[in-house]
Design a protein around this ligand. Structure first.
Ligand SMILES: [Zn+2]
Ligand SMILES: [Zn+2]
Length: 349
């Protein structure tokens, strides 16, 4: 019987921030920090049934995932006067690590148990001599699946509890990339201000800058030529369509120039690579049909790699992910005059 299955996938993502108040367990110092998280919701609607509802459900799931994360997770922000990191912050930070492992453990347990039961049923309905194996499968299958799942949980907890940022206390701890600065309330300006400088603002080197999604506000300008939409003939679009959540903008003109450069470099590299592939295959194979099939396949692979590399080389704002769970990325700002500012969320209010 032919079996045809398709489903429509819906994915929603919500961004949120909260201002967290901390009272240091060691010295009683009070400070704040901004917790930024991204909640995601994923819904799959089989055969495209109920797609209108699925979209709303994905949105709801993203919102509840965001609320869960904001209320349970934390960042390792040390006390500005004694460098201690409160135990509840450490616990909250540990939750951001290996978040997918509990789903994996549950899936292994459920699939393993279900699979063992189906296998047992098949054996019971199979040839009589095999039936003696049924109790073995019915018991061992679930036991092994549960043991693997428990093992994954224990390993995850072990890795999480190895995160001990206070181990060198009272020396200042080494905090993860993208950790927000400690804030204090400034009575004069009636706003929250960073006690120590946030590393996103004092690097004017044009090198890699660490940013956390939700805590940085991108200027509404092209990241390359700094033109804004108020300038003539300037239309801004995403500079990195593959990471839209970063919101880095570039003007159409700069994007077009980058595409041109990328194509020229990609073509030149592919031409050179094709000559190399041709020479190597010529040495190894007689020029028959197999030679040409391998040569064309080789050129395709070389072209894919060359265009990927040339696109990375010419990228207007190259980015790399540092910690996906906390939304921490590094971005290389090529124009040193582009100044990033902290998000308008809690800090500016
Ligand atoms: Zn303290
Ligand atoms: Zn531009």
């Amino acid at each position: 019987m032919p079996f045809w299955y398709f489903s429509t996938e819906f994915e929603a993502s919500h961004l949120g921030q909260a201002l967290v108040e901390v009272e240091c367990e060691k010295c009683g110092c009070e400070y704040y920090f901004e917790l930024a998280r991204q909640g995601v919701g994923h819904v799959s609607s089989p055969y495209g049934i109920g797609t209108s509802k699925a979209e709303a459900v994905a949105e709801e799931k993203a919102e509840s995932n965001l609320n869960d994360r904001i209320s349970s997770e934390a960042e390792l922000v040390p006390c500005p006067s004694c460098h201690w990191i409160n135990e509840d912050l450490v616990r909250g930070y540990r939750l951001t690590k290996l978040r997918g492992w509990s789903t994996a453990a549950f899936s292994i347990a459920i699939i393993g148990i279900a699979g063992s039961l189906v296998a047992t049923w098949c054996i019971m309905n199979g040839p009589p001599p095999d039936r003696s194996a049924a109790p073995m499968v019915a018991i061992c299958g679930p036991v092994i699946s549960i043991a693997v799942a428990v093992g994954i949980f224990l390993l995850r907890n072990g890795i999480r509890s190895a995160i001990r940022p206070n181990k060198n206390f009272p020396a200042p701890p080494k905090v993860p990339a993208g950790t927000p600065p400690a804030l204090k309330f400034d009575d004069d300006t009636e706003s929250f201000v960073p006690i120590a400088a946030d590393d996103i603002r004092d690097s004017e080197t044009g090198g890699w800058q660490t940013i956390q999604i939700g805590r940085v506000e991108w200027p509404q300008k092209c990241c390359c030529c700094l033109k804004s939409e108020e300038d003539d003939n300037t239309e801004l679009e995403l500079a990195n369509p593959t990471t839209p959540e970063l919101g880095i903008l570039a003007c159409k003109e700069c994007r077009r120039r980058q595409a041109r450069q990328s194509n020229i470099i990609g073509l030149a590299m592919t031409a050179f690579g094709s000559i190399v592939v041709y020479s190597i295959f010529s040495l190894l194979l007689p020029r028959e049909i197999a030679f040409w099939v391998l040569f064309v396949t080789g050129v395709w692979i070389v072209a894919l790699i060359c265009f990927y590399v040339s696109n990375r080389l010419t990228a207007l704002a190259p980015t790399r992910c540092v910690d996906a769970s906390r939304g921490v990325h590094q971005v290389k700002i090529k124009n040193p005059d582009l100044i990033l500012t902290v998000a308008s969320g809690a800090v500016a209010s």
